[in-house]
Design a protein around this ligand. Sequence first.
Ligand SMILES: *Cc1c(COP(=O)(O)O)cnc(C)c1O
Length: 431
Amino acid sequence: MERSQSNELHLEAVDHLVGGVNSPVRAFKSVHGNPIYFEKASGAIVTDVDGNELVDFVQSWGPLIHGHAHPNILETVYEKMQNGTSFGAPHRGEIKLAKFVKKRFSHMDKVRFVSSGTEAVMSAVRLARGYTQRDILIKFEGCYHGHVDSLMVSSGSGLATFGIASSPGIPEQTVATTLIAPLNDVEAVEYLFNEHGNEIAAIVIEPLPANNGLLVQSQSFLLRLRELCDQHGALLIFDEVISGFRFKDGSYGDLCGITPDITALGKVIGGGLPVGAYGARDEIMQHLSPLGPVYQAGTLSGNPLAMAAGAKTLELLTDEAYDRLEELGSLLETEVGKVLHRHGHPMRLVRMGSLFWFSPGEQAPPSRADRIPKDAGVIYADIHHGLLERGYMLAPSAYEIGFIATAHEEHHINGMVAALDDVLTTMGDYE
Ligand SMILES: *Cc1c(COP(=O)(O)O)cnc(C)c1O
């Protein structure tokens, strides 16, 4: 594929933007080539600046559950825009979206809208700390919660150590209040509660960890987190920024039969415009300003265009839409499985609804970050490049998941599977 325009723009961009991008995952650092510059997108298809059409399985990293530029969502935003783009004052759209959210997240009595997933988690953490009047957080190795200082912590290797910041610029004291545990490891969390039980404000977890592979947790592990929080007066925060609204029966928490205290949302909730949200029962939400002392605010929070795009997106998520996503997901899983098997390739497809991940290695898909084979990126880079050359776009990192939208069709899936078959043939069969 010809990419001269993209490459030229990238050369220009690096003079003005850091690494040419505004979010690091967009750089092609761990795969071959340069970032691709988009011209426009519609449904499942992205057109780049060189005029190449690509079937998109990234979908803006999660928000676009109905695909790019869905006509009904565009129409709604356009209509709302005629009345003004920002009010900084209450309006009907906020109530409408809040009602949609509460229908799916029944533990929420009140919702607070913000403008990103990062903001949602950051604010949920502040609320939990304010409510419990405790400081310590437990987070899990491999979970991403946005670039929140206190949650930008890696584990090091040891079990149950205080965290080490995963970025310079985060004060030691900030991460000193974050404890790390491996995912799906009950004993590690029990140990932390034994040591620090009455200082722990909250456990923060992606109940379906999907930012470092797709690391499906056992229900018993998640249930145990709920019990430990209850026993020790800590709050359970589910970060469903990526998993929220992806499942027919409601939240991922519902799917597991577990009710968190606070849920953080983002991505799908804004339908492609910047929205995040968090919510909880009244007793907790009453601590938030203007009712309570925990402060959190936002100039563009509850933005009328963003609220309208979100509400339309959720309105379009009918049972039929979810059935369709499941159908497409199931097709992908079956067909990719066959191709990988035929080539004897040491990779598996992990899928939960419309989310999927190429899990490297022959063993059962991992449920914790340290079990992902270290050479994951090397194999993936060639597959990513091969698929891209054949018109199929996956995330430019072995650790990022893929997204299916209602705009995908069978031929997009089958086409990608055939391309994968071809790529693996070209790469030579695995011994
Ligand atoms: C994407 C994501 C975030 C951060 O959301 P932004 O809108 O990028 O700030 C937080 N948590 C999870 C689980 C995410 O997937």
